[in-house]
Design a protein around this ligand. Sequence first.
Ligand SMILES: [Zn+2]
Length: 261
Amino acid sequence: MTESASPELASSATIEDAAVLIHKAERAVVLTGAGISTPSGIPDFRSEGSGLWSHDEPMEVASLSTFRTAPERFFNWFQPLAGQIFSAEPNAAHLALAEFERAGHVRMIITQNIDGLHQKAGSQNVVELHGTLRMVSCTNCFRRFEAGPYLQPYIETGKIPQCSNCNGILKPDVILFGEQLPQSAWYEAQRAVRQCDLMVVAGSSLEVLPVARLPMQALDRGAHLIIINNTPTYLNVRADVIIMDDVATTLPKIAKRVFHG
Ligand SMILES: [Zn+2]
């Protein structure tokens, strides 16, 4: 890491540089992580200090094996997080990205988040690499349902959601620890990354594999790279523009430059 946090890093020059790259881009791909959703009140459940790790170890309780052997433990742990996600609203960063897509600058958003806030903000082409809380699937008959009618009562009462067809336990369509990434989403993401002319990393520390390798694949094919994140990432040394600041304050500033000069 050669970069260090400094108030100058989000100076008007870097905002301008990012705006120029996004304005020129025709096939930009944006990779978003937990940092874009924390301003919407969603804790990063993979990081310590979020309050969700105090009683249980998430790698264990949010794992596929715990879900299979002791689903009540998973659902007890997940209840407050599910509540926060369900009541969350998109923030200025989500809205700016949706605006870039509508204007034809951004082709795809690849997200590590499960909260559906990009879609709520109006983004159309969103690939959810860690699944989504917007749907649930029956672990017995494999039917899929919109999550709302099933998860809302669970969020309120803690009662494990059950399938209306067979009473089987419903699993949120989120990828748990120990579970494979959804293959079609992964292929779709890789295809877009190989074709992109600009990769924007927004609110991801690029610490979770294999997702963290996607920007490298874009760079290797000649794409530009913008990284907007509170903390340094392993690819800062190769980025065209680095802005170490909140995405919710930075992306609207860039959008303003792109759309209003
Ligand atoms: Zn069922």
